[in-house]
Design a protein around this ligand. Structure first.
Ligand code: SF4
Length: 512
């Protein structure tokens, strides 16, 4: 096969930006799969350039003009930028390939704009694409292996691509690592719930940790496992055998059922400094937190105690909640979350508005069948800019009132001060403070208030939310145009719309 010039673009940002957050943090949010794909392409003898797009780079300049193939990895919120980039690179004669979460959630939409769209991707999948490497303007080809690969190139093999990415981050430099794929739990809303749990090679993990000690004085590693530590003892033994106490700093997302006090002791000994457990709701999804039988008040006390106990072992804990679940009704769930904010002042609450991502989870079929999914453009599907599903037990204004009240409570001066005082370490204190006063706390509050005001004052806006109109309010269109910047002109026609019920129509072709 001829040697190809290949570009790999990892979209961390959904448009050009130069905010402080982007400069400091975006490079730390790089995905693993683009680095894996770049490594596989090189192993097959091709010339590869990988760019982690943090929003600051000029993509037209950074990729060689005569590139033959461009792989783009994108979450759904960056899909419109991915579509625009594909359009641009196709105009330059390149074949384009989409991978990542958006390709898995919306393959039928993505094939309209890419030559290839990849689901589960193995080295053989990449070889097949490169072997064929054809422009497919009418409709792209969708390829997916039946499961995740059992082996992925580790940090040592990916280092050539990791190093230049992390050099973009001025302070914290977090190396992305993976100990497992999939999850044994079955949270109905989660993209990983239907992916078989598979630990990756502990030998590769050990080798990578030893390798990192030759690169940094005290490396920081972010584990990208959907649920870290499922095979807890084996995982910790692997880490302890390669990472002497105090030599590493680890961050991970893990379920509360794994984060028992005995496990936290071990995590502390091994250098874990930030943990992100999901609480999700006070009423359901309890299979993660082992509290499915306890409800409301009791669960708040129990989880708060658990989270407060975690701070004896780790300085940073973010607790994740989903707002607007079907089990929520009235004031109570929001009041319970406010109570949690009071009882666990050091925890940083991460709030997501219930959102459904195409065919990410079987539960989405039920929402689509019930006609509750709204066609919000992909750009807003990031769990907070839009909720693309009509709440079951709230009107929109009532719902936004409650979200605004909870957000204002969580990021009030009093709560920020209490969080600052209660957080045990200086870096964690400032991280929480920055998140509260930046786009995450104050920024979202401003945005929610704008949406609420429009719901009351603009009939067409309200009709879109009620599913009575498919005409995108100009408020949203203007945001996309502004965020895409120079890439707006490359956005293909029709890309602002998608079939929000494509998964249902594909699964049950007779349903209209
Ligand atoms: S525990 Fe986490 S990763 Fe596992 S299925 Fe539930 S939400 Fe997904």
């Amino acid at each position: 096969m001829a040697r190809l010039r290949i570009g790999v673009v990892d979209l961390v940002s959904k448009g050009p930006t130069s905010t402080l957050w982007a400069r400091v943090m975006h490079a730390n949010l790089a995905s693993i799969m683009p680095q894996v794909v770049a490594t596989w392409c090189e192993q097959q003898g091709h010339e590869v350039r990988l760019i982690c797009y943090t929003g600051l780079e000029n993509l037209q300049k950074e990729l060689p003009r005569d590139v033959n193939v461009v792989f783009i990895c994108s979450f759904t919120q960056a899909a419109l930028l991915a579509y625009a980039l594909s359009n641009y690179f196709r105009s330059q004669g390149a074949v384009t390939v989409l991978g990542g979460p958006h390709a898995r959630c919306y393959p039928d939409d993505a094939v309209k704009y890419f030559d290839y769209v990849l689901g589960f991707t193995h080295k053989e999948t990449i070889a097949e694409v490169l072997q064929e490497c054809r422009s497919r303007r009418r409709e792209g080809r969708h390829l997916s292996a039946s499961r995740q690969p059992l082996h992925l190139p580790g940090v040592k093999e990916r280092w050539k691509f990791i190093e230049p990415t992390l050099k973009k981050a001025p302070f914290l430099q977090m190396v992305p690592m993976l100990g497992s794929v999939g999850c044994p739990y079955t949270c109905s809303f989660c993209i990983d719930a239907t992916v078989d749990y598979q630990p990756l090679s502990f030998d590769v993990i050990k080798e990578d940790l030893r390798f990192l000690l030759t690169k940094y004085k005290r490396p920081t590693v972010g584990w990208h496992d959907p649920n870290f530590g499922v095979r807890f003892d084996a995982n910790m033994e692997a880490i302890a055998s390669a990472a002497p106490p105090g030599s590493f700093r680890f961050f991970a997302e893990s379920s509360l059922s794994i984060l028992t006090e005995a496990h936290l002791e071990v995590l502390q000994q091994n250098g874990f400094e930030a943990l992100l457990p999901g609480v999700e709701s006070w009423y359901e999804l309890g299979n993660k937190s082992r509290t499915s039988r306890s409800m409301g008040e009791e669960k708040v006390s129990r989880i708060s105690e658990h989270i407060n106990m975690m701070f004896r072992y780790v300085p940073y804990v973010q607790t994740n909640f989903v707002l607007g679940l079907d089990s929520d009704e009235g004031d109570e769930p929001f009041e319970l979350t406010k109570r949690f904010v009071d009882l666990s002042p050091a925890a940083f609450p991460g709030y997501s508005l219930l959102s459904v991502f195409g065919e990410a989870a079987p539960l989405n079929l039920e929402y689509q069948r019930a006609g509750r999914v709204l066609p919000f453009p992909f750009h807003f599907l990031n769990n907070h800019l839009a909720m693309n599903i009509k709440p079951k037990n709230y009107g929109w204004v009532e719902f936004y009132d409650k979200v605004i009240d909870l957000t204002a409570y969580t990021f009030s001066k009093k709560a920020i001060y209490r969080r600052f005082k209660a957080t045990p370490n200086a870096n964690a204190k400032w991280m929480n403070f920055m998140r509260a006063v930046s786009s995450e706390g104050y920024g979202r509050l401003r945005f929610y208030r704008q949406v609420r005001e429009k719901l009351l004052s603009d009939a067409a806006f309200r009709q879109y939310f009620e599913g009575e109109s498919r005409r995108l309010p100009s408020f949203y269109k203007e945001i996309i145009q502004k965020d895409l910047g120079v890439w707006w002109q490359w956005l293909p026609e029709g890309a602002l719309e998608h079939n929000e019920n494509a998964y249902l129509h594909k699964s049950f072709p007779t349903v209209v």
